[in-house]
Design a protein around this ligand. Sequence first.
Ligand code: 5GP
Length: 194
Amino acid sequence: MRGRLIVVSGPSGAGKSTLIKAALASIPKLAYSVSATTREPRPGEVNGQDYIFLDREKFEEWIEAGYFLEWAEYSGNLYGTPEHRVNELLESGSSVILEIELQGARKVRERRPDAVMVFVRATSLEETRKRLQGRATETSEAVETRMSTAVTEVAALDEFDHEVVNGDREQARRDILGILNEIVEQGDENAKRT
Ligand code: 5GP
């Protein structure tokens, strides 16, 4: 019985991580795929838990070795999804969430057309900017780079199966839980039929 692959994407600062944490805490058959990145850890981030932190040389070795289901450059850093772990989790019956940016989301959709695509966004680009500024871990230059990427990302909304607008946080939490619960249960139904 295989789980479903779920891509959660959307601009930086849309609140994806918080919503995903809530979903992981309340849906037992949902697992999170820990990505690799060359970005510096933020205060409090734990290696192997938030990300696998690699230097660029090691990351490039992993690309060469074909370890990634997808990888992309974002804001000057490399990010990638180790494929082996995702497959293990799916085979164990868990549905797996990839929290990735747009280029990576497109690659996953190409390689795994059965992946469910969920887009999370703030109510407006101004709100996105406020959240990025409020995070206080990004330099103002990094905020601007992320903002210009956000404009492209929001334009890709049509490529997704579901949209969650993160305005009222409690409502957004209910929305994403509803969507993800349904996906996980559908996975179970399909498994029962086959
Ligand atoms: P952050 O630096 O804020 O943690 O992440 C920056 C962006 O990279 C976010 O949009 C996040 O979803 C995305 N990201 C995180 N992991 C991956 C990954 O494995 N692959 C891709 N393509 N994007 C990722």
